[in-house]
Ligand binder design. Structure first.
Ligand code: ACO
Length: 334
């Protein structure tokens, strides 16, 4: 399908997701730090998170999700023109995890790149995919959001260790044909580096390579100003959603489902309240997975597609915020 401006339109042809088998419950965390199940449920909405097994990596999670997405899209790995892999927990710094996934999938020679935008990663990657489809450059793009975050969490720090988990999802994005009532309307992405210190992982880059001092100071783990992030999360996701609706002259009533980043159910409820959207039109899967950063939006979307909540022809609004601080929204007709 091409627009009046002569661009092609992109659509999500298939999705998949995978959460590792091993589960870390709130009760398990009670044994590690001074916390309790009731506090975690009430303050975050999280009941448990999934943790990879020994020898299971971010690319393995992505591989499982990608196979499912390709199958649903009726595509083969050899059809993929580009792999966009949103993650802040790559298998290793080099080579990028998109290339690792390309090899594991048996995909052909194609552009394969990681997108680092923390929890907004999937929305950012979808935005990039949409542009490559729009211009006619590519026809089939694999967009992945996958993380193994539990390895970046200090299990003596109750502020952070209760929040994060591992998991991943994938979407096959293709060029929409004229007979398909299914397309991306628009996306709206932002960044504000001036408040980047709200959520950081200090070590492992060129600024702070690994040393004994890093390990002694636990700088290999995430550090977070939770209360401040909370405020910015509500503000940025609400603004990004407003932008998406305004740009397309669509009201909240026209939206069947909102799929926000799953960081804290209270953040999600505040965003829904901002719109006057009832919570039964919001996909919430945080209970089962915690915050899986770039994976949350696509995992939640895939779950809602597989259990029949999301139907073809519905308007779906994705929104996320993350370290950076990055934020974004993407409105699509599924
Ligand atoms: N168990 C029990 N008590 C706790 C715990 C815990 N795990 N953690 C903190 N507390 C205590 C605090 O010490 C504090 O005690 P005090 O009142 O005696 O000082 C009390 O609970 C309240 O602490 P707050 O920090 O005010 O709790 P809040 O309601 O803000 O919830 C939370 C904290 C869950 C971290 C919330 O602020 C939040 O979700 N923020 C956003 C975090 C986030 O999204 N991070 C990632 C963003 S980027 C990305 O997604 C990659």
């Amino acid at each position: 399908m091409s627009t009046s401006q002569g661009f092609y339109r992109s659509r999500i042809a298939g999705t998949g997701s995978y959460l590792p088998e091993k589960v870390l419950t709130n009760k398990d965390l009670e044994k590690l730090v001074e916390t309790n199940d009731e506090w975690i449920r009430e303050r975050t909405g999280i009941v448990h998170r999934h943790i990879v097994a020994e020898g299971e990596y971010t690319s393995d999670i992505a591989l499982k999700a990608s196979h499912m997405a390709l199958e649903q899209a009726h595509k083969k790995a050899s059809d993929i023109d580009m792999i966009l892999f949103a993650t802040v927990s790559p298998d290793q710094v080099m080579p990028n995890t998109a290339c690792v996934l390309q090899e594991k999938l048996g995909a052909r020679d194609c552009m394969a790149v990681d997108i680092s935008a923390a929890c907004t990663g999937f929305v950012y990657a979808m935005t990039i995919a949409d542009q490559f489809i729009k211009t006619g450059m590519y026809k089939t793009i694999l967009v992945v959001g996958a993380e193994v975050l539990h390895k970046y969490v200090d299990y003596t720090d109750r502020d952070t260790c209760i929040l994060f988990g591992d998991g991943g999802g994938a979407a096959v994005v293709t060029r929409a044909t004229d007979d398909q009532d299914s397309y991306v309307y628009s996306s709206h992405c932002h960044a504000d580096g001036s408040i980047g210190d709200l959520f950081v992982l200090p070590a492992g880059g060129s600024k702070m390579p690994f040393t004994q001092q890093v390990l002694d100071e636990k700088s290999q783990y995430v550090r977070m100003k939770g209360r401040e992030i909370f405020k910015h999360a509500v503000r940025t996701m609400s603004q990004c959603c407003d932008e998406a609706l305004k740009a397309n002259n669509i009201t909240p009533d026209d939206v069947a489902w909102v799929i926000p980043h799953q960081a804290n159910v209270r953040i999600i409820e505040a965003v829904a309240k901002h719109f006057g959207i009832p919570m039964d039109k919001v996909v919430v899967e945080i209970e089962d997975m915690g915050n899986t950063s770039a994976a949350t939006v696509i995992v939640a979307m895939d779950k809602a597609i597989k259990d029949g909540r999301i139907q073809r022809g519905q308007n779906i609004l994705l929104t996320a915020f993350g370290a950076g601080i990055t934020s974004g929204s993407l409105l699509l007709r599924y």
